[in-house]
Design a protein around this ligand. Structure first.
Ligand code: GLA
Length: 724
C-alpha cells in the first residue's frame, strides 16, 4: 500500500483506485509528483525534471535553473525562492521568520496513530501511515508529515507535527494540515456556503489567477462555510470526471484556499485559520495540526460523496453508534417553544407514542428559570415547577408511555441572568476593560480554562448519571466575540481560539466516554458546526434550523456531498413553516425528512385525524426500511429540471428506495422518466407498489415513470427489491 523505492527516491501511497507519489529531490525537498488515478509503481522523477522553467524566478540553493517556485511541493516553507503561499510560517526569537526543512528520514507503519487531544479518523484494517521526518538544522526543529493511506476506502488523511528540539521558544503563525500543489489551474472550485437557516449551499466557480477560498473567523466552523473544498475538472458531473476533495476534522476557525500562480499552476490548502492564531512552542514541546481528509476520484461527485460517507461511517463516527439504527423522535421545540408545562409535555408524548415515535426530546426551557431566551443558561438544574416535579419523575412518565427520553443542553454558554454568571462572572470569554458582547442574551464560557472544563464535565456527568437520559442535543447558539482569555499572558492571546476548541473536545471526549450508551446530537443553531470534528463525538447533527421541506432540499443536497445520511437529522414540522411561512404537504415534508434521521417537530395535538393517519404510515414505513434510509448508499439522481426537482436513491443489500420531489407544478407538461444509477444491470428489481419487475439495465437506461405534475402532486417514493 505504501512503498519507498530507494532507487528513485520515491514514495508511492496506493489505495485500490488512487495513488499519491512523493519524490525526494537531490536537495532533499519533497515534491508531490503525482496524485490521481492509480498508475502503478513507475519512476516519476521526470514529472518535475521536465518542467519548462519560466523566467524571473530565483534559483534555489544557487543551483542554475532550479526554480523551486515551479515545483509541486509537498509542504512548502517560507524563506526560499518559492514565493507562493507557504503551508506554514514560524517566527523565531532572533526575529528571523524563514524556515528550511529538508527530508531526513521516514517510517512506514501499519495502522494510524491517534492525534493528541484532537478528533481523528481511525484505522479499521488495511491502513498504513507514512511519517516523513524533516529538519530545519539551523533552528533545531523537526517537522513530521503523517500521511495515512486507507486502501479499501480510497481516502488519505494528513496531519503535521512540529517539534521544537532547539534551545529557544518559537512562534507558529501558520500551520496548514494539508497542501496540494497542482501543475494546472484548469479546475472549478466547489464549496458549501450559506448562512444560518440556509447552510451548505453548493457553489461551483472556475478558478482564476490569484487567491480564492473560504474561511471562518467565528470561533466555530460556522454556518457560512463548511471546512470543505473540492477542485473538479470543468466537465465533471455527478457521475463522471475528476474531483479532488478535502475536508478538515476540526470545529474552529479554519481556512481553505486555492492560489493560482503566475504560471497557471495552483496550490490548495486547508487548516487552522492563521487569522487570530499563533502558538508558542517551548523547547521540547510539539504541536499537532488537526487532520485533513482528502481523496481523488475520476468518477464524479456521487462517487466522492459515497466514499466519504463510507469512510466517515466506518472510520470516524463512534463505532457503537455508526451503524446502529437511530430512533424516530419528537422534539418539542417548534411544538411549544418555551411555553410548556408537564401536562403539555405528557400530552405531546402520549400522542407521539400512539403514532409510533420512539424518543421524546425535551428542548430548551426545562432548567433554571428559563422562560425566554434571556436567562438561565449555565443553571443546568431542572425547573421542577415547570416540569411538575423532579426530572426523574417526568422521565419515568415518558418512559411509561414507551418512549425513551432526550434532553437539550447548551453547555458552552451562560446567561447574564443566571446563578452561574453571578458566581463566576470571570468565566466568560472577554477582554479586560471592554464590555463583552451579548448575542441571544448570552455569553460564551471560556472553555480554554481547565476549571470551566471541569465544571461542565461534573455538571453533565451528574445530569446523565442521575437521570435516565438516552439522548442529548448539544447546542451552541452564538459565535465567539471578544476573543481572548485570562489564562494566557498578553503575548499568547492568539492561542485562545484553538485552545477553546481543544477544551471543547476534552469535555466532549470525557462525557461521551463516560456515558457511552447516550446518543449525542450536536447542533449550533442548526448546522453552524456541522463538521467531521463534531461528528467524531456526536454521531448525528441537526442539519439546519430551517425545517421548511423545500429549503431543506438544497441544504440536504449540499450536506449529502460529504456527510452520510445517518449523520443528518431532518424533522417534519408544521405547515405553514415557522421559518419561511411556506405551505407544503405532509407527504413532501415526510419524504424530505426521511432522507436522514427522521423525526417530528410540531404539535401533534393540532394535527387532524387524516394527518395523524399519514404520520402513522410514515413512521411505520420508516421503521420497516430504517436501515436503508439511514445507512443505504445514497446516489443523487439526474432530474429533468434541476431548478424545480430533486431526486435521490438509497441502496442497502437488496432494497432500493427512490425519492423524488417536484417543487412547483407546471402547466402543459408531459411526464418524464427518472433514471436510476448503480444497479446490477442484469438483476431483476421488483417494484413493491405494483409488483411490476424490471431489469437493472432498464431502470438505469429507461427509468421509472414520474407522476404527471399537477397541483396535488407532492413527490413520490418507490421501493424496489432485488430478486436475483
Ligand atoms: C437552537 C436550535 C434549535 C432549538 C433552539 C432552542 O436555535 O438550533 O433547534 O434547540 O436553539 O433555543
Amino acid at each position: 500500500m505504501i512503498n519507498y523505492v530507494e532507487e528513485h527516491r520515491q514514495f508511492n501511497l496506493m489505495t485500490t483506485k488512487t495513488q499519491l507519489s512523493i519524490n525526494i529531490l537531490p536537495t532533499n525537498q519533497l515534491v508531490l509528483s503525482y496524485f490521481g488515478e492509480k498508475i502503478g509503481d513507475v519512476a516519476l522523477g521526470y514529472v518535475t525534471k521536465e518542467i519548462k522553467r519560466a523566467s524571473y524566478l530565483a534559483n534555489a540553493d544557487n543551483i542554475p535553473e532550479f526554480k523551486l517556485e515551479q515545483y509541486p511541493l509537498l509542504y512548502p516553507a517560507y524563506g526560499n525562492p518559492d514565493l507562493r503561499n507557504p503551508a506554514f510560517q514560524l517566527s523565531h526569537l532572533d526575529g528571523s521568520r524563514i524556515s528550511d526543512f529538508r527530508y531526513v528520514s521516514h517510517n512506514i507503519q501499519k495502522g494510524k496513530p491517534a492525534l493528541p487531544g484532537l478528533p481523528a479518523t481511525f484505522a479499521t484494517n488495511q491502513v498504513e501511515t507514512l511519517e516523513l521526518i524533516l529538519r530545519d538544522e539551523v533552528k533545531g526543529l523537526e517537522q513530521v508529515l503523517s500521511i495515512s493511506c486507507f486502501e479499501k476506502k480510497d481516502v488519505f488523511t494528513q496531519s503535521v507535527r512540529l517539534i521544537n528540539q532547539g534551545q529557544d521558544p518559537i512562534k507558529i503563525e501558520k500551520v496548514m494540515s494539508l497542501n496540494l500543489d497542482f501543475l494546472t489551474d484548469r479546475f472549478d472550485l466547489l464549496t458549501l456556503s450559506g448562512a444560518w437557516g440556509r447552510e451548505m449551499g453548493l457553489e461551483r466557480r472556475p478558478l482564476h489567477q490569484g487567491f480564492q477560498g473560504i474561511d471562518s473567523k467565528r470561533g466555530a466552523s460556522g454556518h457560512g462555510q463548511n471546512p470543505f473544498l473540492a477542485l473538479a475538472d470543468p466537465e465533471t458531473t455527478e457521475d463522471a470526471g475528476a474531483v479532488y476533495g478535502m475536508n478538515l476534522v476540526y470545529s474552529g476557525n479554519f481556512i481553505g484556499s486555492v492560489d493560482v500562480d503566475m504560471h497557471q499552476n495552483c496550490r490548495m490548502q486547508l487548516g487552522i485559520n492563521p487569522f487570530e492564531f499563533d502558538w508558542e512552542l517551548a523547547p521540547e514541546a510539539s504541536f499537532t495540526t488537526p487532520e485533513a481528509v482528502f481523496l481523488f476520484t475520476a468518477q464524479g461527485f456521487n462517487d466522492m460523496s459515497q466514499r466519504l460517507h463510507h469512510f466517515y461511517t466506518e472510520c470516524l463516527i463512534t463505532p457503537s453508534f455508526a451503524k446502529r439504527e437511530r430512533p424516530i423522535l419528537i422534539n418539542n421545540w417548534e411544538a411549544t417553544y418555551f411555553d410548556f408545562d408537564q401536562p403539555i409535555l405528557l400530552n405531546l408524548a402520549k400522542e407521539a407514542a400512539d403514532l409510533g415515535v420512539e424518543l421524546f426530546v425535551l428542548d430548551d426551557g426545562w432548567f433554571g428559570n428559563r422562560q425566554r431566551e434571556d436567562s438561565s443558561l449555565g443553571d443546568w438544574f431542572p425547573n421542577q415547577q415547570k416540569l411538575g416535579g423532579p426530572l426523574p419523575e417526568l422521565i419515568q412518565a415518558i418512559n411509561d408511555l414507551g418512549l425513551a427520553f432526550g434532553l437539550w443542553v447548551e453547555p458552552e454558554m451562560v446567561s447574564p441572568k443566571s446563578h452561574l454568571f453571578t458566581e463566576h462572572p470571570d468565566w466568560i470569554v472577554q477582554v479586560p476593560k471592554r464590555t463583552p458582547q451579548q448575542v441571544r442574551n448570552q455569553y460564551v464560557l471560556d472553555l480554554s480554562r481547565t476549571e470551566v472544563q471541569t465544571y461542565l464535565i461534573d455538571c453533565l456527568d451528574r445530569l446523565l448519571t442521575e437521570n435516565n437520559i438516552a439522548y442529548i442535543k448539544w447546542d451552541m447558539n452564538r459565535n465567539i466575540t471578544d476573543s481572548g482569555t485570562k489564562n494566557l499572558p498578553p503575548n499568547r492571546q492568539k492561542e485562545f481560539g484553538h485552545r477553546y476548541i481543544l477544551g471543547l473536545y476534552h469535555v466532549l471526549e470525557t462525557i461521551t466516554k463516560r456515558h457511552p450508551t447516550v446518543l449525542f446530537e450536536s447542533c449550533a443553531g442548526g448546522g453552524g458546526r456541522f463538521d467531521p470534528g463534531m461528528l467524531y463525538y456526536t454521531p448525528q447533527i441537526w442539519t439546519s434550523d430551517d425545517t421548511d421541506a423545500i429549503e431543506r432540499l438544497k441544504i440536504q443536497k449540499g450536506t449529502s456531498l460529504i456527510y452520510p445520511p445517518a449523520a443528518m437529522s431532518g424533522h417534519v414540522s408544521a405547515s405553514p413553516n415557522h421559518q419561511v411561512g411556506r405551505q407544503t404537504s405532509l407527504i413532501t415534508r415526510g419524504i424530505v425528512a426521511k432522507q436522514g434521521n427522521f423525526g417530528y417537530e410540531l404539535n401533534l395535538l393540532d394535527c387532524t385525524t387524516v394527518e395523524k393517519e399519514i404520520i402513522k404510515d410514515q413512521i411505520s414505513q420508516y421503521k420497516k426500511y430504517r436501515s436503508v434510509y439511514q445507512f443505504g448508499e445514497q446516489t443523487r439522481l439526474t432530474v429533468f429540471d434541476e431548478a424545480n426537482e430533486m431526486a435521490w436513491m438509497k441502496v442497502l443489500g437488496d432494497q432500493v428506495i427512490v425519492s423524488y420531489l417536484a417543487v412547483l407544478a407546471k402547466p402543459n407538461t408531459v411526464p418524464k422518466r427518472l433514471k436510476l444509477k448503480g444497479l446490477a444491470p442484469q438483476a431483476t428489481y421488483q417494484l413493491l407498489e405494483s409488483e411490476a419487475s424490471y431489469r437493472g439495465a432498464e431502470l438505469m437506461n429507461i427509468g421509472l415513470d414520474l407522476p404527471r405534475p399537477s397541483a396535488d402532486f407532492y413527490g413520490k417514493e418507490w421501493i424496489l427489491v432485488k430478486k436475483d
